[in-house]
Design a protein around this ligand. Structure first.
Ligand SMILES: [Zn+2]
Length: 159
């Protein structure tokens, strides 16, 4: 029994969750000391052979009700987060009991093909497609344990 194997519930955004038995193949975080926003990735493989890629965007920022970020992201009123950081645009009071905190942003997707996992992590840059370091890390970890991911990751076919 692997310590990273078990039952998982992964938020997929909105009201959806993915539930499965499987293995956690790799994780990463872009969090830095003093950072206000960061992302975390996790890559799983279900016992049935489906890959589940999850991304969570975290934030410590909170806002006044009339801040443009509140409207843009449809934020709801709530308690200031522990260790919360006041927005530099709207400068909310640090002792406010109710503010508009930025909430975690969840995304997840499932894939039967390992190449699709990697394509989902790629971004368009000025000089072509690329994978950020934080997105590459869980795949590098997964490649040690999963030959199909290793093959898709380490041998990139260019047309
Ligand atoms: Zn603000």
């Amino acid at each position: 029994m692997n310590v990273d194997h078990g039952s998982s519930v992964v938020p997929a955004g909105g009201s959806r969750n993915y539930r499965f038995d499987g293995a956690l193949l790799g994780v990463s975080s872009s969090r830095r000391p003093g950072g206000q926003r960061w992302v975390e990735f996790a890559l799983y493989k279900s016992d049935g052979g489906t890959y589940i890629l999850a991304r969570v965007g975290h934030s410590l920022l909170f806002h006044e009700p009339d801040c443009e970020v509140v409207a843009r992201n449809d934020l709801r009123i709530g308690p200031a987060p522990v260790g919360g950081v006041p927005c530099e645009l709207c400068l909310p009071a640090l002792d406010a009991s109710a503010v508009y905190p930025e909430m975690p942003r969840y995304w997840a997707a499932m894939f039967t093909d390992p190449g699709s996992v990697i394509r989902a992590l790629e971004r368009d840059g000025e000089s072509g497609r690329y994978v950020t370091n934080v997105a590459a890390k869980p795949v590098e970890a997964a490649a040690v344990r999963d030959k199909a991911i290793a093959d898709a990751w380490m041998s990139v076919r260019i047309d």
